[in-house]
Every structure is written in C-alpha cells, then in structure tokens.
Design a protein. Structure first.
Length: 252
C-alpha cells in the first residue's frame, strides 16, 4: 500500500514538473525568459517551449495590435479656448525583450505618454486648426508618441483624435459667425448678379444704339408676342426718336 502511495506521489511530481517545464506559445505570443534572474536575450516561441523548473521564469508578450482609448483630456488651445478632446491609438510590441526590461508596464506607460502628448500638442494649435486640420494633427501626435515609446519596443502606428467638445457659448458664437458668413456670401453673389446683368444691359444698349434697325425689329417681335395672347388691350410701341421729333415741333 505504501509503495502505491509513493508511486502516485512520484507520478504527480513528474506531471507537475512537466507542466511547469513545458509551455505552449501561440503564433502571436513570445516568451521572455529569465534564468536565475538573468535575461536570456532570444525570445522564445511560438510553439512548445521548455523551461527549467524553479530556475526559469517566463513573461508572455502579445504581439498583436492593441487599441488604446485615450481618456478625454481638458485642453486650452493656443487662442485660449477650453476644449475637451479624446483620442484612440493603435500600437503593438515589436521588441518583446525591451517591452519587459525597459519599462515596468508598457501598456500603462504608453497610455500615460499618449495623454500628456495629447494635451501638450493640441495646446499648441488654435481651435480652427483642431477642427479643420485633423489629419495633420493626427500625424504629429503619432510621430511624437512613437518616438517616445520606441525605446520600449513599442510601435505606434495610428493616432486619431475622435471628438473635440466645444463649450456651449463657443458653439453659439460659431453658429452666429457661420450665419453671418452665409449672409455675406449671399449678398456678394446677388451683387455679382446685378453687376453682370447691368453689363449685359449696357452691351445691349450699345448694340441698339449702333444699329437702329434692331429697335424696329424688337418692336415687331414684341407686337407679335402680344398678339398671340388673348387680351382686350393693345399697346402700340412708339419710337423714342419720334416722340423727341414731335416735341421739337411743338416747341417751334
């Protein structure tokens, strides 16, 4: 009986040692191994990894792209407008050893860098730039954050400013400004239309002055158009020069 118990214990110890010694890493995982506290430079995986029990300790690192939501940040723009901005960043680990050795928690550290960079960078731009030059600002944020996280083995691929919240008073002021701009454009368009119409009338008057026969033809065309309508009133156009001639006769 004692031999059976001893055998079971030995088998259990062997199974436990094998379970501690053999690890399986997925295709997107790498293992950073420390042997008696000293780093083994070459990361392990993917696949089956053998560790020396008690002596080796392994840290798993996920190489997939991580979506990091940057919490809303209060920002004062360069033109002293308070706004509330949130963003999202996409990054992944490209150097598992650096991600473990160079920084304590690379995910938390990247999040903190993204928050501080968001506040400092957006504070250097005006409100109009935040609203109209979003792609340019995203590229600046991506470059700054990527440069700061590069020593940790982290590659930041994309940073996107998701939303810019503007105070209600500023929204009303912007709405009034937009309405005034629309009215200004409408008046400019109307004035340009009047100017073009006056130019056309001036050109037409010049043509009629140079070719008096055109006036008579226009009279005849007008009478034809009026005769085609059913009306009890008949209007006969009289040339202006005839009226002037009759006026001169009356004076004489």
């Amino acid at each position: 009986m004692t031999e059976v118990i001893v055998g079971v214990v030995v088998i259990a110890l062997i199974v436990g040692v094998l379970a501690a010694a053999l690890k399986v890493l997925r295709e997107y995982e790498r293992g950073v191994v420390f042997r008696l506290g000293r780093l083994i430079r070459q990361p392990k995986g993917p696949g089956l990894v053998f560790l020396i029990p008690i002596i080796d300790r392994m840290v798993r690192i996920d190489l997939r792209t991580v979506t990091l939501t940057v919490p809303p940040q209060e920002v004062i723009t360069r033109d002293n407008v308070p706004v509330r901005v949130n963003a999202v960043a996409y990054f992944r680990v490209i150097d598992p050893v650096a991600a473990v050795v160079e920084v304590e928690k690379f995910l938390v550290a990247t999040s903190q860098i993204a928050q501080t960079t968001l506040r400092s960078t957006l504070g250097q731009h005006t409100l109009d730039e935040l609203l109209s030059e979003r792609e340019k600002i995203n590229a600046i944020l991506q470059r700054i954050i990527d440069d700061q996280t590069a020593p940790w083995g982290v590659k930041v691929s994309v940073v996107e400013v998701k939303d810019v919240e503007i105070p209600t008073s500023m929204q009303r002021a912007m709405a009034r400004q937009a309405e005034a701009e629309r009215e200004r454009r409408a008046k400019v368009i109307a004035a340009e239309g009047e100017f073009q119409a006056s130019q056309k009338l001036s050109d037409a008057a010049q043509v009629l002055q140079e070719h008096p026969v055109s006036v008579q033809l226009r009279y005849l065309q007008t009478m034809v158009e009026m005769s085609s309508e059913r009306t009890s009133m008949v209007i006969l156009p009289i040339p202006i020069d005839l009226i002037a001639h009759l006026r001169d006769i009356g004076r004489s």
